[in-house]
Design a protein around this ligand. Structure first.
Ligand code: SF4
Length: 427
């Protein structure tokens, strides 16, 4: 006898039969998070644990987790097989102690269960060989250039804080500043500002071991004043220059930064940046103001959008890929209360951008408890299914190419782990 939760998932897979089942399950696991039985960690052998690459992306704070989960939960799982005969599907781990999705042992191997029903076996990603190298400063490579997306992406968080400060400025879904504090409290090595030499030294080990790493993403919090005496463009450009001078075009270069005027974008391109992510987070004008108060005050929505579109002239069509936080438009207290109205608003943004050579992509909102929007329920699975259908339809109508820097596209191949937008691309 299957449980109601299990039956509901299967019904959703049937209802949205135009989507791969893998994408639906992935979105459900991302929105609800995963719990772990500690026996799994003992049996799983050697694998890469969560490196907390920028935000917590958890449904519980570190102080609420057991020591095992806190330090041994894997970065990602790769789900496959089971009653839905799933192809290999890479999913980012968001820890939750109350999720119906739990990793436990099945036939002595790690497996994902939904309300105690077997859903498929899971693999954990192996530790990259260069993680064992020692940096001259004593920093861990895993902290300086953590690897994500099943080995595809090196994630370079140069600045682990954001100068959008406090509730009146921070994006309301974001726990970057609180996460920094909780990691320090737990005595995890967590460097506030990484210098460019530290990053290039770490990258020299990754470069010497040709493997799966194909791209890097440079990121960190916004700089509204000065950081080490530099404004945001000057601060981040020093990393791009240092990396591209030392390893020209070895990896696809990407950066998550604020929306800059064209002249600053040109400087980024001249330094060697290929893909630009000026994240707009949420499309609706009222919600942008409420949910991104810092971005609204310092730059403003219209100017942000104008800069995103203008930057296509500098980076080229398809190379400006701003993120939006999928589902945050349904957050309480200001968000839509109706799934279809939320989708219709977000689709308007997708159409606006894609008609202008910009490819918005989305991550899955995680109501992190230390963020302003924490402690609330995730949006329903129906929303994510409709979002995937709308994203794919607008993308296919646009005739833009598959976004670069995300690895392979399509079900069973995608490695982008924080939403299923790459899994649903038909190639
Ligand atoms: S700009 Fe917003 S989302 Fe980005 S780090 Fe700052 S507060 Fe977080």
């Amino acid at each position: 006898m299957k449980t109601a939760v299990f039956e509901d998932l299967f019904k959703t897979v049937e209802t949205f039969s135009d989507l791969p089942a893998e994408a639906i399950v992935k979105q459900d696991v991302l929105r609800l998070g995963i719990c772990f039985d500690k026996g799994v960690f003992e049996k799983a052998g050697s694998y890469k644990p969560k490196d907390y690459f920028i935000f917590s992306f958890d449904h519980v704070s570190l102080s609420e987790m057991s020591e095992d989960v806190k330090f041994k939960a894997p970065e990602e799982i790769r789900l496959h097989g089971g009653p839905l005969n799933l192809e290999k599907t890479v999913i980012s781990v968001r820890i939750s102690s109350t999720s119906p999705y739990c990793v436990n042992l099945y036939e002595e191997k790690p497996a994902l269960f939904l309300n105690n029903e077997f859903l498929g076996f899971v693999d954990f990603h192996e530790i990259p060989p260069f993680y064992s190298k020692k940096l001259s400063s004593g920093h861990l490579i895993s902290e300086i250039i953590p690897v994500l997306e099943w080995g595809y992406l090196l994630y370079l968080t140069a600045y682990r804080l954001c100068q959008y400060w406090g509730e009146k400025e921070e994006c309301q879904f974001c726990d970057i500043n609180e996460n920094y504090r909780q990691q320090k409290k737990e005595k995890r090595q967590y460097t506030g500002i990484k210098n460019p030499e530290l990053i290039t030294e770490a990258l020299s080990y990754a470069a010497a071991e040709p493997g799966e790493t194909k791209a890097w993403t440079l990121t960190g919090g916004s700089v509204t004043g000065k950081l080490n005496g530099m404004d945001e463009v000057d601060f981040y450009i020093q990393y791009i220059e240092a990396i591209e001078n030392k390893f020209p075009q070895q990896w696809i270069s990407k950066a998550v930064l604020q929306a800059f005027p064209k002249s600053d974008c040109q400087r980024l391109v001249d330094a060697g940046l290929k893909i630009y992510h000026p994240n707009y987070e949420v499309w609706d004008p009222v919600l942008f103001k409420k949910i991104c108060p810092g971005k609204d005050q310092y730059i403003g929505r219209s100017e942000w959008i104008k800069r995103v579109v203008d930057s296509v002239e500098v980076f080229g069509a398809g190379n400006v890929i701003p993120n939006f936080v999928g589902g945050v438009e349904l957050s309480k207290p200001h968000g839509f209360t109706d799934v279809d109205r939320a989708i219709s608003s977000t689709r308007e943004g997708l159409e606006y951008f894609m008609a202008r050579g910009v490819i918005p992509r989305f991550t899955t909102w995680c109501p992190e408890p230390l963020s302003s929007l924490g402690h609330q329920q995730a949006p329903p699975l129906e929303y994510f299914c409709k979002l995937l259908l709308n994203w794919r339809e607008v993308f296919e109508n646009s005739k833009l190419s598959v976004p670069e820097g995300y690895g392979p596209a399509g079900v069973g191949r995608a490695v982008f782990s924080v939403s299923a937008f790459m899994d649903v691309i038909r190639i």
